[in-house]
Design a binder for this molecule. Structure first.
Ligand code: CMC
Length: 430
């Protein structure tokens, strides 16, 4: 039974701190009065024990390997739903009726073009720029193009900004790709579904017809669904923190993209594929596993471990199936990278080090192989993650804006620097 409150004794003082219960998952201790009553802060680097907000969007049970979007298990959504439906669910809380779906899809489709001046904005980037650098810059720049959806106190403008971002993200991502390979930008095609349109913008060229393979489009759509939200992860917390100051939504999403770029977060799919390529063959796996276990070696098995999942990441299972589907459709029978991945997973799942530390494959372990087979270069992997996560960031941002308890995010610190001291003029410093 969860207690109604938790008592903290500090010297002669006892503080009664209320406990709040969610609909499922661990309860939280409300420490809001701690500072005023005891003069102390809590200390929790990396927020491993800290709930930063209340949310109704996504639930994860890391021990059981469960992920729910608005209560619906990710495997059911991935099996039966699609990405546009998932966007509606995350934004509005319920699965759409047919009429709601059609209307939402129509609105998304009608916002896919970006301001024509954006293409000139792109010319400012070096051709060899990493597409994530281009995404941070170009998504931030949307706030310079769409002045009529920057007022966060207006629900209509918030809605328009949300639709614009979900709709324009594939266009910008495809432009970032085309720019780095020196091909002309391809305009969106409104008769195509969301993911087929994205594939078309990436892989079509003006001089010949490009037909989107429906099996590959469906696989990528599922990959987008798996990445759509993941409660208060680093990039989502970044978006919320940026938004808590009242910054405009385009700037907040650009902040989220910057955070996602890191190899411990969204950059892990790129890092995992590079690692599989570096390992190269099954016989070299033991030396890499030994390095991952060596405390004096900073090397980690990329695509393994998760802050929240201490069980098999439910997304990784669906991703593994998707990888096989894609390779089969493309007629790739023997992929040496897949051989290395399967064997590495087998070895790690039976190794005491990984078992003890509950290090299981995460979503990024198989996504790199799949995205590579779909034709994307490694530098685009995190961009695809950002595209898919945009809806999660927006849903979380919108929830925060409407939360009456929302305040500017302002963590405190344990100061360990110099105590107060007097200024010394440079002429007398030694
Ligand atoms: N390979 C080898 N050892 C590992 C690994 C790994 N991939 N991950 C964690 N460990 C060890 C780590 O050395 C530590 O050992 P010890 O207790 O002896 O010091 C222990 O496991 C706990 O690790 P931690 O870094 O304290 O755990 P964390 O919750 O802070 O980190 C993580 C989670 C995802 C950053 C980490 O597991 C990692 O760096 N994994 C590789 C990168 C990766 O695949 N990231 C993608 C995450 S999923 C996509 C997303 O959500 O963005």
């Amino acid at each position: 039974m969860t207690p109604k409150s938790v008592q903290l004794t500090a010297g002669t003082q006892t503080l009664d701190m209320p406990v709040k219960e969610g609909s499922i998952g661990p309860a939280v201790v409300d420490i809001g009065k701690l500072l005023s009553k005891t003069g102390m802060f809590t200390y929790d680097p990396g927020f491993t024990s800290t709930a930063s907000c209340e949310s109704k969007i996504t639930y994860i049970d890391g021990d059981a390997g469960v992920l729910l979007y608005r209560g619906y298990p990710i495997d059911q959504l991935a099996e039966h739903g699609d990405f546009v439906e998932t966007c509606y669910l995350l934004l509005y809380g319920e699965l759409p009726t047919k009429a709601q779906y059609d209307d939402f899809n129509y609105r998304i489709t009608r916002h896919t073009m970006v301001h024509e001046q954006m293409s000139r904005f792109f010319q400012g980037f070096r051709r060899d720029a990493h597409p994530m650098a281009v995404m941070v810059g170009s998504v931030g720049a949307l706030s310079a193009f769409y002045h009529d959806s920057l007022d966060i106190s207006d629900p209509y403008q918030r809605m328009v900004a949300s639709i614009r971002m979900i709709a324009k993200m594939p266009t910008l991502a495809a432009m970032a790709y085309k720019y780095t390979i020196g091909q002309p930008f391809i305009y969106p095609r409104n008769e195509l579904d969301y993911t087929s349109n994205f594939l078309h913008m990436c892989f079509a060229v003006p001089c010949e017809e490009y037909k989107v393979n429906p099996v590959l489009s469906r696989a990528l759509d599922r990959i987008f669904m798996l990445h759509a939200d993941h409660e208060q992860n680093a990039s989502t917390s970044t978006v919320r923190l940026a938004g808590s100051s009242g910054a405009n939504p385009f700037a907040c999403i650009a902040a989220g993209i910057a955070c996602l770029w890191g190899p411990a977060h969204g950059g892990a799919n790129e890092a995992a594929l590079k690692m599989l390529e570096e390992i190269g063959s099954v016989d070299r796996i033991p030396q890499y596993v030994a390095r991952a276990k060596d405390k004096n070696d900073p090397f980690r098995l990329m695509g393994f471990g998760h802050r929240v999942y201490k069980n098999y990441d439910p997304r990784a299972k669906i991703m593994q199936r998707t990888t096989h589907e894609v390779l089969k459709e493309l007629g790739i029978k023997d992929d040496p990278l897949l051989d290395v991945a399967i064997e590495l997973e087998r070895i790690a799942l039976h190794d005491d080090y990984f078992i003890e530390k509950k290090l299981y494959p995460n979503i990024d372990f198989y996504s790199g192989i799949t995205l590579k087979a779909l034709g994307f270069p490694t530098s685009m992997f995190t961009v695809l993650f950002a595209l898919a996560r945009t809806v999660g960031w927006i849903a979380q941002w919108a929830e925060m804006i409407q939360d009456p308890a929302q305040k500017i995010g302002r963590p405190r610190q344990l100061y360990t620097g110099a105590p107060e001291r007097d200024y010394v003029p440079v002429s007398t410093r030694r």
